[in-house]
Design a protein around this ligand. Structure first.
Ligand SMILES: Cc1cc2nc3c(=O)[nH]c(=O)nc-3n(C[C@H](O)[C@H](O)[C@H](O)COP(=O)(O)O)c2cc1C
Length: 192
């Protein structure tokens, strides 16, 4: 049986090969709010390895606060051009600061500056005010290296189940479900 992490990576590779997608790494992350409602948004999937599914964000954003309170998450991805869906359920934990720095340094300077100038998920007085704040920070920073702020970092979602769906026009989708228990992955098929 193929390991589902390897399977995800081979599907991901296939999905970004000669792709019409502009955002090749977008994945929907669903958290659970204090009120019990699910809360979903897209993020950039940075990597998938033996630890799990990795993405970065502001720790003090809504998602950051929700993850702090309840680390149970769902990830969902749909690659329309190849007809594949993946669903993941797991537990999120923070990646190390060193690993987060690696991702921070891989971001564009523009993205780094935006991160410094925006308090993600907080109400915004006006867009022009934010742009002015960004311009001030840009000027202040000059050409110096921008260090990763302590309120920005990464999460790894440690999966407990992963489902791969191959879409079929007659709705006879193939659903391959992997569940992690007793230190191993078990595979079963689900009716469409
Ligand atoms: C394609 C795409 C990629 C995104 N990537 C990220 C990301 O990697 N990290 C992030 O914090 N927000 C990302 N966002 C913005 C989020 O969708 C969201 O608006 C933001 O994180 C605030 O969410 P929150 O208020 O629930 O915390 C992305 C949005 C889109 C549409």
């Amino acid at each position: 049986m193929q390991n589902p992490i390897d399977k995800f990576n081979s599907w991901w590779k296939l999905a970004i090969l000669e792709t019409p997608l502009k955002k090749k790494n977008a994945i929907c992350v669903s958290t659970i709010g204090k009120d019990g409602f699910p809360n979903a948004r897209f993020v950039d999937l940075k990597a998938v390895d033996s630890e799990g599914f990795k993405f970065c964000s502001h720790f003090d954003s809504v998602k950051g606060k929700e993850l702090h309170q309840n680390p149970k998450v769902a990830l969902t991805i749909w690659w329309d051009h190849v007809g594949l869906q993946v669903r993941v359920i797991g537990i999120a934990k923070k990646i190390t600061n060193d690993e987060a720095i690696k991702y921070w340094e891989g971001r564009s300077r523009a993205a780094q500056l935006t991160t410094l100038s925006s308090q993600q998920s907080q109400p915004m007085e006006s867009e022009s005010r934010l742009r002015q704040n960004l311009a001030n920070i840009k000027e202040f920073m000059g050409v110096s290296k921008i260090e990763k702020p302590s309120n920005w970092g990464g999460y790894v979602v440690i999966p407990r189940s992963i489902e791969f769906l191959t879409f079929r026009e007659d709705r006879l989708h193939l659903r391959e479900h992997y569940e992690y228990s007793n230190s191993q992955w078990n595979k079963s098929l689900l009716q469409p």
